[in-house]
Design a binder for this molecule. Structure first.
Ligand SMILES: Cc1cc2nc3c(=O)[nH]c(=O)nc-3n(C[C@H](O)[C@H](O)[C@H](O)COP(=O)(O)OP(=O)(O)OC[C@H]3O[C@@H](n4cnc5c(N)ncnc54)[C@H](O)[C@@H]3O)c2cc1C
Length: 402
């Protein structure tokens, strides 16, 4: 099998296929992890909006934390847990619902006392109106490149080949089904091809005459210079009413978040050379988000910015992954629709997709993520619904307008 794209999703899928005894080759246009995966905040979150995503998220946490045991190479993981914080009546209600449903789906989530929040998060000054949940399972990976490195080393260890600086330029289809991949340098015969091209997933699918229902949307974060106010051992915090996430990073604080008016960006409408480095960044968006937690987390907006980075999420119309076989082209598979959690879901999603590809049977619940589930959707509706999902990232109980 051939995987197109050496981000977290493609590498994990190839690795799990190799672990299942399949030959696997990954072709990558640039270098592995150089696009969205290398820009991620590295956060893993056990509380999710439905049972399947909860299962995938928790399985991924387990696999990241035990990476050496199953993949044979080390991976360093920070396991400080996380707080989910709400400061408005409406968001307190959301969190109460999340507590009940996530606990029902097996996640370890508990209501946090005011004292626990005040004592457990050095960079956050509680103002007393907070309702908070404590999620002890949650982890992060300090530098996203270390997960990419671990996947690459594990691929090498288990016989999966990764070809960098080698874009896929064609997908051959014979008698209606996939027969292989053309790169600028070679033809590779394959009965299964996985499109894991991140923000470019639609162009790559189009090489086989297929359509993938995702809309790329910009996402950004910043890391402050090192500051005394942040204890590097502190937990992650997500202030849901402000749509902001925070964690210790490199001695400073990382802040990222979800603006109400996000920027869609379709690489198909950009020059061929377009890469993540060309995604326009806007520090004003992050300054505004930092301002929404200015009283509680003064360091977020007050400390000098040491790094500002961004890239593309692939948003789907229902906020769920797009992963599985493409109905119109047998042999073509998709690993996409990350909706902002492709990095952290990659261990379990790659595992599930590889099981589906190698056995022909969908693991429990996975058919719900199949790319054919939306039917034909006009592009403008795809973008509108993708933007809506982005802007409502921490409002899982909000109804999808679609
Ligand atoms: C700022 C930021 C913060 C984020 N934080 C988190 C987080 O905390 N937790 C989390 O879970 N997720 C996070 N995400 C989302 C996460 O980064 C993505 O969901 C994940 O990286 C997607 O992985 P991918 O493999 O689909 O895409 P990518 O990493 O973009 O990989 C796709 C690859 O395909 C390659 N490609 C494209 N076209 C071709 C072609 N024709 N031939 C060969 N190769 C091709 C690209 O070069 C690229 O390397 C964040 C994203 C951003 C931008």
């Amino acid at each position: 099998m051939v995987v197109i794209g050496a981000g977290a999703l493609g590498l994990s899928t190839a690795l799990h296929c190799a672990l299942a005894g399949r030959s696997a080759t990954v072709v990558e246009r640039h270098t592995a992890g150089s696009q969205a995966s290398g820009r991620a905040a590295g956060l893993f979150k056990s509380v999710q909006a439905d049972e399947l995503r909860t299962m995938l998220a928790r399985r991924s946490i387990e696999k990241a934390a035990s990476f050496a045991d199953w993949a044979g190479v080390p991976l360093e993981v920070a396991r400080p847990g996380s707080f989910l914080i709400a400061r408005t009546a409406q968001h307190r209600e959301y969190l109460r619902r999340e507590l009940a449903q996530s606990a029902g789906w097996g996640a370890d989530v508990r209501e946090a006392s005011g004292a626990q929040l005040a004592g457990g998060l050095s960079y956050y000054r509680a103002v007393g109106v907070e309702f908070a949940l404590w999620c002890p399972e949650d982890i992060y990976i300090e530098e996203p490149a270390s997960l990419v490195r671990a996947y690459l080393d594990a691929c090498a260890l288990h016989g999966a080949t990764v070809l960098e600086n080698e874009p896929a330029v064609g997908i051959s289809v014979t008698d209606g089904r996939v027969a292989g991949v053309e790169t600028a340098r070679r033809s590779i015969a394959a009965r299964a091809v996985v499109d894991a091209a991140g923000g470019w997933v639609r162009q790559v699918a189009e090489l086989a005459g297929a359509r993938v229902p995702v809309a790329p949307v910009r996402h950004q974060l910043l890391i402050t210079a090192p500051v005394a106010e942040v204890d590097p051992a502190d937990p992650i915090a997500r202030v849901v009413d402000a749509a902001v996430y925070l964690r210790p990073a490199r001695g400073g604080l990382m802040l990222g978040g979800f603006e109400a008016g996000p920027l869609p960006l379709d690489p198909r409408q950009q020059p061929d050379s377009f890469s993540t480095d060309d995604v326009p960044l806007d520090l004003g968006v992050l300054r505004a988000l930092a301002g929404q937690v200015g009283a509680e987390v003064p360091v977020a907006g007050g400390a000098p910015v040491a790094e500002h980075r961004g890239g593309l999420f692939t948003m789907s119309p229902d906020g769920r992954f797009v992963a599985g076989p493409v109905p119109e082209v047998p042999g073509l598979w998709v690993a996409s629709g990350c909706n902002g959690s492709g990095f952290s879901s990659s261990p379990a999603l790659g595992e599930a997709l590889a099981a589906w590809i190698t056995t022909g049977d969908a693991p429990l619940g996975m058919t719900a993520l199949a790319p054919g589930r939306f039917g034909p959707l006009p592009d403008d509706e795809l973008v509108t619904r993708g933007l809506w999902q982005y802007a409502h990232y921490y409002d899982p109980a909000a109804p999808d307008p679609g």
